[in-house]
Design a protein around this ligand. Structure first.
Ligand code: NDP
Length: 449
């Protein structure tokens, strides 16, 4: 990672002072700023127009009360958020996260990342993110529905297919998107399909959207290997998490010839030397809403559950963190390097700490940041919006080919940009500069707004 020059360092200090206590947001801003020195030197017009300062200040931030009644008749209060960060390239676009750890700093880090990720896809989407500290785990379907209805009863006034288009993230999958869309439709009296993405296939959803983030990460890993004359064939991989992104990353890595030997959830990790049985994992996680321990119980021959230590201590060729932010630290990175890992791609948003990323760089590990490697999800959301706008629906193979093409193009853009700015092979610099210049040029054209 490069150092920031003094002007950018001062700007960063102001961002920290202006947004106290939002550690994840500070981390995300710093990571982008550290890449930008060469592009700002070459293009003083960005600094003159205050682009960086404007990028760090969301266009709009909404915080609201979400009251609902649980199955015991007790009133529950959660907090809802939507941070509409930047709409220079298109309507605000980014998921909703339901998890007890959600607060403004998490939503802002995710929204900030989303600006550059969405710009990198080359599709007409701005950046935003939202969510709530509501924990869907252990809640009945009825409770989740009442929560989603209350959440949307406030949020709907800020949404629209040309304004702000949420999707899923941690804790928000097809079930939640259904309840949210139902309430939006009821309140507005409009069947506005393009207002949410990740919808069910029978009511406006797109083929491949469910799979897109995980499949996209696997395609990106395949591109990273191909750029070095290699392939996934015969390689081992570790994928953390066992949610939407993890499951589909595992599935596609294995379809492309790799063997995923471990995955996890917040209760521990599973090692399965024979390769994760993805159909069994889907059944347990998606249908039964179970834990990875249930997977081990049903596959006792080759799998074991580990509840201490981290998943990153297992020797592997490839690591794909797909759970949550800062789940992989410097010690984990050193363990991966010692275990022979040469490629790391972030399926989650910011899962690797800055020290972990530095360790990878110092050890020659090829490292792809989430804003490039996991952009397939939002890219396919934009394809869902396209289909909704034209009242069309594409088949699975066509949509998956579009996704693969987009991931190939993001990979190429990252490498070409890194090369142009004198840091060949540095995907972090490539992704940050390419995403930044795309959105910054649009902001210049639109004037000071
Ligand atoms: P899910 O809710 O489907 O799955 C999250 C997984 O991560 C679960 O297995 C969960 O385990 C685990 N996890 C979450 N928090 C922790 C934690 N603190 N410690 C250990 N494990 C944890 O979410 P997604 O798969 O949708 O999202 C995963 C990541 O990918 C997030 O960073 C998200 O922002 C990012 N992402 C998602 C996209 C999408 O399209 N869904 C698009 C781009 C990025 P448990 O069930 O035990 O909590």
């Amino acid at each position: 990672m490069a150092a920031m020059d003094s002007q950018v360092e001062e700007l960063y200090r102001r961002v920290v002072a202006r947004n106290p206590g939002e550690a994840e947001f500070h981390q995300a801003v710093r990571e982008v700023f550290e890449s930008l020195t060469p592009v700002l030197r070459k293009n003083p017009q960005y600094t003159d127009a205050g682009i960086l300062t404007r990028l760090c200040e969301p266009e709009r931030q909404i915080i609201f009360r979400v009251p609902w009644v649980d199955d015991h008749g007790v009133v529950q209060i959660n907090r809802g958020f939507r941070v509409e960060f930047n709409s220079a390239l298109g309507p605000f676009k980014g998921g909703l996260r339901f998890h007890p750890s959600v607060y403004l700093g998490v939503v802002k880090f995710l929204g900030f990342e989303q600006i550059f990720k969405n710009a990198l896809t080359g599709l007409p989407i701005g950046g935003g993110k939202g969510g709530s500290d509501f924990d869907p785990k252990g809640r009945s379907d009825g409770e989740v529905m009442r929560f989603c209805q209350s959440f949307m009863t406030e949020l709907y006034r800020h949404l629209g297919e040309h304004t702000d288009v949420p999707a899923g993230d941690i804790g928000v999958g097809g079930r939640e998107i259904g309840y949210l869309f139902g309430q939006y439709k009821r309140i507005t009296n409009r069947y506005e399909s393009g207002v949410l993405t990740g919808k069910g296939l029978s009511w406006g959803g797109s083929q491949v959207r469910t799979e897109a983030t995980g499949y996209g990460v696997a395609f990106f890993v395949a591109e990273m290997l191909a750029a070095a004359g290699d392939s996934l064939e015969g390689k081992t991989a570790i994928v953390s998490g066992s949610g939407n992104v993890a499951i589909h990353a595992i599935e596609k890595i294995q379809q492309l010839g790799g063997r995923v030997i471990a995955c996890s959830d917040s209760s521990g990790h599973v090692i399965d030397d024979a390769g994760i049985d993805v159909e069994l994992l889907k059944e347990i996680k998606n249908s039964r809403r179970g834990r990875v321990a249930d997977y081990v119980a049903e596959r006792h021959a080759s799998a074991r559950l580990i509840t201490d230590g981290t998943i990153w201590q297992i020797p592997t060729d490839i690591a794909v963190p797909c759970a949550t932010q800062n789940e992989l630290d410097e010690l984990d990175a050193k363990a991966l390097v010692a275990g022979g890992c040469t490629v790391v791609a972030e399926g989650a948003n910011m899962p690797c700490t800055p020290d972990a990323v530095r360790t990878f760089a110092a050890s020659g590990v090829r490292f792809a940041p989430g804003k490039a490697a996991n952009a397939g999800g939002v890219a396919t959301s934009a394809l869902e919006m396209q289909q909704n706008a034209s009242r069309d629906s594409w088949d699975f193979d066509y949509t998956e080919n579009r996704l693969a093409e987009i991931m190939r193009s993001i990979h190429e853009t990252c490498l070409a940009t890194a090369e142009e700015y004198g840091t060949p092979g540095d995907y972090v610099v490539g992704a940050n500069i390419a995403g930044f210049t795309h959105v910054a040029d649009a902001m210049l054209s639109l004037g000071v707004i």
